[in-house]
Design a protein around this ligand. Structure first.
Ligand SMILES: [Zn+2]
Ligand SMILES: [Zn+2]
Length: 498
């Protein structure tokens, strides 16, 4: 076993230029073969460790003795080295680095502020076969919005390229054979090639990585990701969101539009928007029940119910139910309407928005909570941002307009999907309607805060995972979970009282 390496801290002599130092951290002294970080720009902590293990013929038990890394044999070394800051700190210290390299932090590879843990569920080591053969792995290869290695053009993999067995990255490798397939013996890291490449990064990698990391840092300064409470399909959602960001398919709020509005119209609108925010506040509750629909959204919500009712096959709604579905838009039941041959259903009649004393109420149990929670979170971001900017929570008219437009779009889609799902219990024919087939999805929202203003909102919808249950059951389960949260919140309140 080798002696533990001496800890060397990087110090610049006075007057010495920093320019020749690479942004990927430098290494002055290390007893390890292959530890020169300048040869492997923006390497991942796992990639570096795998390389050191192979080139220095280390055994799993050497991890603790040499790098202070205490691991169980079943631990996925690639996962631990990506998410454990303590382990990263231990490795950096053992290698004499002044600090944990910036590129070991997965969050620094994202173009929006969020928890990198989103990629942990499920986590699998992903790599470029050509890069890894030379002992090079970077977190760029883990990002779901990259499908190919930017330098070699080959598909990124999570399995053995020969036999397709999952790549074994547990801390229980056979000495001199880490990253070698245990099924077919294919070597994913080739010692000779790694030694030959000790002073050679993939062609173009350094410039690409520097440009990429600078771009994401710039994007992160403005973009904030609002993740659903129970996210499903994170990898695909993130890939879609970044795809939108890269291609610039962004509906940016055009400030010039508001400027040409007359002052009078402007003031009326502001009042309406404040009232809208007040009404949406009910969405903060654990189980909100009914939403008094803001005036700005009434027509859009009514249209959702109306559009669906007019599309349904004959004999699916009773005459009275049909009237309720069309009432929001003031439409009469069309001539030739063929009513269902069944009793009027109270639960179906609760699905369209209800009018009471000139106000419209929407039954929120037919929306998946992840939709209305996204809407209220968006409102909160706008209000908190204006608080942070010293505007006392006064959201500017432009921002309020943008937020309410986005909330309307989110609630309408959540309602349209929920409505089909609940209705499918009474109208199974819905499953035969291709575009209107019941399905549930959840919104992933990116908020752009530009020069202290909320300037754009982007939404990506991804399917909600469901296991052996219908869409209506998923909504029932969500409602049951809301009830539990409501009870827990009530207990919390009682306890707090003196
Ligand atoms: Zn590659
Ligand atoms: Zn294999």
């Amino acid at each position: 076993m080798k002696d533990a390496p001496r800890v060397v801290s990087l110090q610049l002599l006075e007057g010495e230029s920093r320019e020749h130092l690479t942004p990927f951290g430098a290494m002055t002294q290390s007893p390890w073969v292959g530890s020169d970080l300048s040869a492997i720009p923006a390497t991942s902590a796992f990639g570096l460790l795998a390389r050191l293990v192979r080139l220095n013929v280390l055994a799993p038990r050497d991890l603790f003795a040499n790098f202070g890394l205490r691991l169980r044999r079943a631990d996925d070394l690639s996962e631990v080295m990506t998410f454990s800051r303590a382990r990263q700190a231990a490795l950096a210290k053992a290698l004499g680095l002044a600090e944990i390299p910036h590129e070991w932090n997965l969050s620094n590879w994202f173009p929006f502020r969020t928890h990198a843990e989103l990629l942990r569920d499920p986590w699998s080591f992903r790599y470029c076969p050509v890069c890894l053969a030379t002992g090079f792995h970077t977190l760029l290869h883990q990002l779901p919005w990259f499908h190919q290695c930017p330098w070699h053009g080959c598909a990124l993999r999570t399995q053995c390229p020969q036999c397709h067995a999952p790549t074994a990255t547990q801390a229980d490798w056979v000495v001199d054979a880490n990253l070698r397939c245990r099924i077919c013996g294919h070597d994913m890291l080739v010692t000779e090639r790694a030694i030959a490449a000790t002073s050679l990064a993939p062609k173009g990698a350094r410039a690409f990585l520097e440009t990429y990391l600078a771009w994401v840092a710039e994007q992160r300064a403005e973009a904030l990701l609002l993740v659903p409470d129970a996210p499903s399909g994170s990898h695909a959602a993130l890939a879609d969101l970044v795809g939108m960001q890269k291609t610039g398919v962004v509906s940016r709020w055009n400030r010039n539009v508001a400027k040409v509005e007359s002052l009078q119209a402007h003031q009326v609108e502001v009042l309406d928007e404040l009232e809208s925010f007040r009404r949406l506040d009910v969405l903060h509750q654990e189980r909100p029940g009914f939403l008094q629909v803001p005036n700005l959204m009434r027509r859009a919500i009514a249209k959702v119910a109306c559009n669906l009712a007019l599309k349904l096959p004959p004999h699916t709604l009773t005459d009275r139910e049909m009237r309720l579905f069309l009432a929001g838009l003031g439409i009469e039941v069309p001539k030739g309407f063929q009513p269902a041959h069944r009793e009027y259903s109270g639960s179906v009649s609760m699905l369209p928005p209800t009018s009471v004393a000139g106000q419209q109420y929407l039954n929120l149990t037919c929306l998946h909570p992840s939709t209305y929670r996204a809407a209220i979170r968006l409102v909160d971001v706008a209000i908190n941002n204006s608080l942070a900017m010293g505007y006392h929570g006064q959201v500017s008219p432009n921002e309020a307009h943008l937020v309410l437009q986005a909330c309307r779009a989110i609630l309408c889609r959540g309602y349209a999907e929920g409505l089909r799902s609940v209705l499918s219990r009474h109208v199974p024919e819905l499953y035969g309607m291709s575009r209107d087939r019941p399905h549930l999805s959840q919104p992933w929202v990116i908020v752009i805060l530009e020069n202290s203003d909320l300037s754009a909102v982007r939404v990506v919808w991804r399917p909600i995972a469901r296991v052996n249950s219908g869409e209506a059951d998923v909504l029932d389960q969500a409602d049951a979970a809301n009830r539990r949260r409501q009870r827990a919140a009530a207990r919390g309140r009682t306890r707090k009282r003196p």
